[in-house]
Design a protein around this ligand. Structure first.
Ligand SMILES: *C/C=C(C)/C=C/C=C(C)/C=C/C1=C(C)CCCC1(C)C
Length: 250
């Protein structure tokens, strides 16, 4: 048994994390936190009625997909010592659209249409693909700044849509715990998601050189992920609890 454990390469790499390796540390803790959050969402899922069950399931899927990618990213960092850009963007391309689905699921009670969901998903994919171009493909000259700008425009479109567009009107007509949850998730997108462009500017070159000097891109992304994926899921969980207890009270 002992030799079997020692022969597992994934376990062996963990011992290579040095005390001052903050990047490796945040990958490790991030992985653990995503796993714990997934267990929490999956196990609590069945205590909610159908309307909320799918939303909690999606919260769990978001943290679970992240946990698997963090497992790989932690390993990649420990072994290669480079930023795991590829895994990072695959993770985001799966989880960020799921967060858009979450907005739709919450607003479904108010009559949200699938077109709202697809609009948000489309904008999020544009945001991530252009971000990937700036971070991994066109990495010299004005490349990162230009692609980052296009990515930022797609980001602001999402912010606009949920804060002022159709999504907002639907949330207001639903009222109660739905409106409250929608508002909190809007703040996550405006403030929580704004962490990512900071990481991007810290890790690429452009007119912003020096502003975020000394900050590590991966540490910033990892903090952003923990706040946005776990926090986002907990808001949905809270809304489900609030809605369930208000119906059992009456
Ligand atoms: C769970 C992962 C989440 C919520 C990731 C969100 C990522 C972003 C909001 C990334 C945004 C970017 C910009 C707005 C400009 C620069 C490039 C990106 C992709 C870092």
């Amino acid at each position: 048994m002992k030799s079997l454990l020692l022969s597992l390469p994934l376990l062996a790499d963990v011992s290579k994390i040095a005390n001052d390796d903050y990047v490796g540390f945040t990958f490790f803790v991030g992985c653990m936190a995503m796993m714990a959050a997934s267990a929490f969402f999956f196990l609590s899922m069945n205590s909610f009625d159908r309307k909320w069950k799918t939303s909690i399931l999606v919260s769990g899927l978001i943290t679970f997909i992240a946990a698997v990618h963090y497992w790989y990213m932690r390993d990649y960092w420990a072994g290669v010592g480079e930023s795991p850009t590829f895994f990072r963007y695959v993770d985001w391309t799966l989880t960020v659209p799921l967060m858009c689905v979450e907005f739709y699921l919450i607003l479904k009670v108010a009559g949200a249409q699938k077109s709202l969901m697809w609009k948000l998903i489309f904008a999020s994919v544009v945001m991530l693909v252009t971000g990937y171009f700036g971070e991994a493909v066109y990495t010299t000259g004005s490349g990162p700044a230009l692609w980052g700008l296009i990515s930022g425009i797609a980001y602001f479109y999402i912010v606009y849509e949920i804060w002022f567009g159709n999504a907002k009107k639907l949330a207001e007509s639903a009222g109660g715990s739905v409106l409250k949850a929608h508002k909190t998730l809007c703040w996550f997108v405006l403030v929580g998601w704004a962490i990512y462009p900071i990481g991007y500017m810290a890790g690429t070159t452009g007119w912003y050189d020096g502003i975020f000097e000394g900050l590590n891109m991966d540490v910033i992304y990892n903090i952003g992920d923990a706040i946005n994926k776990i926090g986002f899921g907990l808001v949905v969980y809270g809304a489900a609890v609030a809605s369930q207890s208000s119906t059992s009270d009456s």
